[in-house]
Write a protein that binds this ligand. Sequence first.
Ligand code: EPZ
Length: 416
Amino acid sequence: MSKYIIRGGTPVAGDIRIKGAKNSVLTLLAACILTDGKVTLHDCPHISDVNTMLAILERLGCRTSRTGDDVTVDSAGISGDKIPGGLASELRSSIFLLGSLLSRLKKAKVAYPGGCEIGLRPIDIHLAGLRELGVRIVEKHGYIDCDSTRAHSADIMLDLPSVGATENLVMTCVFLKGVSVIRNCAKEPEIVDLQNFLNAMGAKVSGAGTGIITIEGVEKLHGVEYTPIPDRIVAGTWLIGAAICGGELTLSNVNPEHLSSLIAKLPKSTCKITCARDKINIICNGRCESIPKVETTYYPGFPTDLQTQILTLQTVSDGTSVVVENIFETRFKTVPELLKMGADVTVNGRTAVVRGVRSLNGARVSATDLRGGASLVLAGMCAQGETVIDNIYHIDRGYEDLTSVLSSIGVNIKRI
Ligand code: EPZ
């Protein structure tokens, strides 16, 4: 099994160009099924979640190809409507295929997406919304069998602003006659990206980014070329990396607005951040003061996907910090690994109390999930001595070519 070996203690220096957002690309790949025309997505990151989604599309009878950062999907020959269990459990986003398969083929059979290291990941809000749209659903033997031949437009209220449920339901509504409304929906930038993508294909979706999305049914969607938004979580991970190690970093191909909650939280006394239209420059000198409290919440609040990264920064900041994880039940799985490196963190339910130490010590640690793994890389970058990180397949799901990206900004990292 591959591992990362990192020798910490060097300030960062250099530039990183951010690629397309994993959590947008995966949804847009699912949305490709909505047209029998050809779709090309530019700036797609080379990460395993994208490869898994492409494999699922191929299993459904679509033809996919990749040239550099361009991914092309041709779903003219789509034949299957069943997402195989093995692949579905590998990828949470396979559930997004439910909506696009129902719209295109009027039926779908998806394996129950497995929970994962960060929580149960229920899909009750997805299913409740589909039922409101008149989709017939039978759940048995770990599969969800859906039929949308009698589906109709509706006015839906979500119990929680779930990102996946919002995306799934929007895709289910694109061809439903009349006007559908989804209330209390997620406002993440990836939802706005999906709206822009669908409208570029001829859909009539409006309101994304607000709490109410309206979809007017159309007959058909046509193929398109599209560039997804940059990955705000990858960008945020590296901003926090600069704060942890000190030094100067310039991120290009970013949307600073998507990171406003993180930028507001990074200590101004040691982190000087300058934003331009699609660039962020950060200069960090000295040990950060602890951030008294970070609470994850729905966009535009502080994102759960940056929680472990900001917690890792707190482990070496000056003072005590309280980190509250309000979105997922068990997103503190990386704390035991940080304790091995000398961190001082006490977890009680959804709250972690972090007492900053002068520095972490390199150790042998294991990634337990995608963002937790990325956080161990950040810890290794600032720790004294050598850190070895196992199970780095978790990190490969969402971070492209980590070794060359981080080596280019002065990090002593090897993959063996
Ligand atoms: C998306 O997951 C992202 N994944 C996650 O990123 C991200 O953490 C999450 O949104 C929140 O921003 C992708 O886009 C592929 P949710 P999703 O439905 O859609 C509860 C990463 O690291 N809920 O918004 O699965 C759920 O348990 C990943 O890139 C229900 O109760 O998240 C959670 O507490 C991790 N019932 C909350 O809502 C449902 O039917 C938010 O989940 C659905 C969700």
